[in-house]
Design a protein around this ligand. Structure first.
Ligand SMILES: [Zn+2]
Length: 279
C-alpha cells in the first residue's frame, strides 16, 4: 500500500459533510490529508485580534484530530490567513485609500499568521497559509498583501516550516521565489496551492483534474496533488471531491508513473513539511 496525500482540502463539519468526507477519502485509498483552516468569515468570526484567529484554528485542529483517527496515515493542519480577508477588513476600515485602515488591516493579517506560527512551534500544525488576492485590487491593497506574504515567509524561516500560498493564477512565480529568498526562507518550501501544471519557481500543488495530473507527471518536475475540496453544502461540486486524489494516484500507477507518485505522496511531503509519511 502506498501513501496517498491530498495536499490541500477543507473539512467543515459545520457547513458540510465533515468526517464523512474523510471516510470517503480513506475508503478510496487515501491515507494522508493536509487540512487547511476555512477563512475566518466563513465561520462567522470577525477577525480583529489574536483570539479570533485562535478560535478559527482550534476548530480546524479538532477536525484534524478526528480525521486522524479515521485515516490509515495522518491528518495534518495547515493554518493561516486567507488573502481575501484583506478586502473584508478594508471594507470595515474605510477602504484602501484610508492609510490608517490599511495599516490596521496589515496588522490584523500579520497577527493571524503569528498565531498560526505559534501552533506550528507547538507541533500542532505543519505549515502556514498565506498569499495575495487572486482578483484585481487597488495598489495599496496589493502592497499590503505582499507585505503580509513576506511576513509569512519570515515566519516560515524563523519556525522552519513550509508556507502554502493562495495567489492569482499564473505560471511563473519568480517574484515570489525572490521574496522568500530575500527574507531567508527556502523557496523550495513555498507551495503554490491550486497550481496548473505550468507553475514554476515555487513548488506546484496541482489541482487534480485528470489532464493536469498526467501533464505534471510527464514533465518530470516535482508536484503535489490536491482537490481544494471545500466541504460546503451550499456549493456542492464547486471543486473536486475527496475521492479524486486516490483515483488519480491509481490511474498514475496503472500507467507506470510509480516514481512520480512516490515523489508526490512520500518523499516530497517529507522534504517540504518535515513529516513522516510511512504507513
Ligand atoms: Zn483552499
Amino acid at each position: 500500500m502506498t501513501a496517498v496525500l491530498d495536499n490541500h482540502c477543507h473539512i467543515d463539519p459545520r457547513n458540510g459533510d465533515g468526517i464523512d468526507a474523510v471516510r470517503r477519502f480513506a475508503r478510496s485509498g487515501g491515507t494522508h490529508l493536509c487540512i487547511v483552516n476555512k477563512p475566518s468569515w466563513s465561520l462567522d468570526v470577525e477577525a480583529s485580534d489574536a483570539d479570533d484567529f485562535r478560535e478559527v484554528f482550534d476548530e480546524t485542529l479538532r477536525t484534524v484530530e478526528e480525521a486522524d483517527e479515521v485515516l490509515e496515515g495522518k491528518a495534518f493542519a495547515v493554518l493561516g490567513v486567507h488573502p481575501a480577508l484583506v478586502s473584508k477588513l478594508l471594507g470595515r476600515l474605510g477602504g484602501p485609500q484610508n492609510d490608517e485602515g490599511v495599516e490596521r488591516a496589515e496588522e490584523v493579517m500579520k497577527t493571524g499568521l503569528e498565531v498560526a506560527a505559534e501552533y506550528v512551534e507547538e507541533g500542532r500544525a505543519i505549515a502556514l497559509k498565506s498569499g495575495r488576492p487572486h482578483y484585481d485590487v487597488q495598489e495599496p491593497t496589493w502592497e499590503l498583501s505582499n507585505n503580509v506574504m513576506e511576513h509569512a515567509f519570515r515566519l516560515g524561516a524563523d519556525h522552519d516550516c513550509a508556507v502554502q500560498l493562495h495567489t492569482e493564477s499564473g505560471d511563473d512565480f519568480t517574484d515570489i521565489r525572490e521574496m522568500a529568498e530575500d527574507v531567508g526562507m527556502s523557496p523550495d518550501r513555498v507551495v503554490k496551492h491550486f497550481s496548473s501544471p505550468n507553475v514554476s519557481a515555487v513548488r506546484r500543488s496541482v489541482i487534480a483534474y485528470e489532464e493536469n495530473v498526467f501533464e505534471a507527471a510527464e514533465d518530470g518536475r516535482d508536484f503535489f496533488l490536491e482537490t481544494d475540496y471545500l466541504d460546503d453544502a451550499e456549493r456542492p461540486g464547486a471543486v473536486l471531491g475527496t475521492r479524486t486524489v486516490p483515483k488519480r494516484v491509481d490511474a498514475l500507477l496503472d500507467e507506470g508513473y510509480d516514481d512520480a507518485v512516490d515523489r508526490a505522496c512520500v518523499t516530497l511531503p517529507e522534504e517540504v513539511y518535515g513529516v513522516d509519511m510511512s504507513l
